[in-house]
Design a protein around this ligand. Structure first.
Ligand SMILES: [Fe+2]
Ligand SMILES: [Fe+2]
Ligand SMILES: [Zn+2]
Length: 508
């Protein structure tokens, strides 16, 4: 039988159940016009072939992992290994959310060819979650300090920093299911997985973490099919003119949402987790996202009437500062995280200044202060010395210090009698279009206002086995590790900062 005939046979297995109405079957509806489209099957793979392919990849990867565990190949760089406690904790959550999103899309989006692709992608995403849980397990067993890796999955759910990624994945899973394809398959997978998985794989290799490099490469080998799913969905939508304004809205929203979440992660991980630097995150993002994705893929959509994303100029200029601002947050607020990190040294300063002219002027003082607040005997928390935590954005959940603390323009607006804060024009635009979608998340201050920061660490559970010593430390090899009592004695009480000025657009 010809392969195309076999596909048609498989598609014939689709049936319309008589015992349930269409509304009940498709739990969630879509505002897009896609039901009667006749797309090509983007995956063009049978389940049997698919499983064989993936099994072969898994066997190769897990054999390497096993060999490395036995042979103890090399000592990876400590800065990388510590920072990846945070990195992997988030990544595994994103993959799992992608699997859930695919299942949801497969129940909703009508053409069987697309649903077939989504179902296969769901299996891929489960495979990716497993791969990442396994590298966490591998690191937990072999890295000299497992504390932090042992609770990466918990931290994904409760860390304040992870809310940057959680807010993105929760938005993906609760938006219109076709919009989810645009956010996930077009922006994340087509736009950002190259700097993420390929960039991070070379960063891992440069840091001596070959097992992580192998994990990233085997994941990336599936992404081409996910991009194909995205393109198949998008081209169906583009064929119906009624969809064009809806697509434009989704493009404006998701380009910014992914820039503030996945883009923030890519910037931070590639610039700050790596000691042996190659390309900067800005160079990677310019090459893969700005040139290849926006300059290539996205530009081809213009002939269908799709305009450049509303906040593209801001996204480009943000690349100068995103990684440094994120680092100030992640490392400044170290007691509420679960990794160790050392102060930047002269070599780092030189590299950062070369890649990001003006770096030292804007971020040098933070890193000098960080280096002076590492000894628990001094009772100094860099966070307190720098004036405490700022407000957080209701949409992207980042602190309102982006793109750079002195350039940030946080603003507030009332909705149904309560004030909400947004960090930027992009997040405000998204909030105003659909405030109900975002008002549910509690802010850091709703949960912790008035508490000593030591209470926050304790309630998050980021303590070592003795119940006293922090998982996180502001140094890689401290003479004495910080305990919860050391943190408590610094007397940093969480205070809610003043409300930022009202938005120029007023209340909702
Ligand atoms: Fe994935
Ligand atoms: Fe994917
Ligand atoms: Zn925001």
């Amino acid at each position: 039988m010809k392969i195309t005939e076999a596909y048609d046979r498989v598609k014939d297995l689709e049936w319309e159940p008589s015992y349930i109405s269409e509304e009940e079957k498709c739990v969630e509806t879509t505002k897009f016009f896609i039901k009667d489209a006749k797309p090509n099957d983007p995956f063009k793979t049978f389940v049997r072939e698919y499983c064989e392919q993936e099994l072969e990849k898994d066997e190769r990867h897990y054999a390497l992992l096993e060999a490395s565990a036995r042979l103890h190949t090399g000592e990876p760089d400590a800065r990388w290994m510590e920072a990846m406690k945070f990195g992997l904790s988030n990544l595994v959550g994103v993959e799992y959310a992608a699997a859930r999103a695919m299942g949801r899309m497969a129940r909703t989006v009508a053409p069987v060819e697309l649903r077939q692709g989504y179902m296969m992608q769901m299996l891929d995403e489960m495979r990716h979650s497993n791969l990442e849980m396994n590298i966490i397990r591998h690191h937990m067993r072999h890295w000299k300090d497992p504390a932090g890796y042992d609770m990466a999955a918990v931290a994904n759910a409760n860390s304040v920093g992870s809310s940057i990624f959680r807010s993105m994945t929760e938005d993906l899973m609760t938006s219109d299911p076709v919009e989810t394809s645009i956010g996930l398959q077009v922006f994340i997978e087509t736009g950002y997985t190259n700097p993420f998985f390929v960039g991070l794989s070379s960063s891992a290799a440069a840091s001596g973490d070959d097992m992580m490099a192998s994990t990233m490469m085997t994941i990336q080998s599936d992404e081409a099919r996910h991009m194909a799913n995205g393109w198949a969905t998008l081209s169906c939508l583009l064929n119906d003119d009624r969809n064009i304004p809806l697509i434009q809205d989704a493009m404006d929203k998701w380009s910014w949402r992914i820039h503030t979440s996945f883009g923030t992660g890519v910037s931070l991980f590639n610039d700050y987790f790596v000691r042996k630097h190659t390309d900067s995150a800005k160079e990677m993002l310019n090459r893969w996202v700005m040139d290849d994705f926006y300059g290539g893929f996205y530009q081809k959509l213009e002939k269908f009437g799709i305009k450049p994303p509303k906040f593209l100029d801001q996204m480009i200029s943000d690349l100068d500062w995103t990684s440094h601002t994120t680092a100030v947050y992640l490392f400044g607020a170290w007691p509420v995280f679960f990794h160790r990190y050392d102060a930047l040294n002269d070599d780092d300063f030189e590299w950062f200044e070369k890649k990001y002219p003006g770096f030292y002027e804007h971020f040098g003082s933070f890193w000098e202060a960080y280096g002076q607040c590492k000894d628990p005997e001094d009772r100094k928390l860099v966070l307190k010395e720098m004036g405490g935590l700022p407000n957080f954005c209701q949409v992207c959940q980042r602190p309102t210090i982006f793109p750079r603390p002195d350039l940030a323009r946080p603003r507030s607006m009332a909705f149904r009698g309560k004030n909400y804060i947004c960090c930027s024009d992009g997040c405000e635009h998204i909030f105003r279009k659909d405030p109900e979608h975002y008002i549910g998340s509690k802010s850091f201050y709703d949960m912790y206002e008035g508490k000593n920061i030591a209470d926050v660490t304790e309630s998050l559970g980021y303590l070592r086995e003795d119940g006293k010593t922090l998982m996180a430390q502001p140094e890689l090899e401290p003479k004495r590790m910080w305990t919860i009592d050391d943190v408590r004695r610094c007397e940093y009480i969480i205070e809610r900062p003043a409300m930022p000025p009202k938005s120029d657009l007023g209340d909702l």
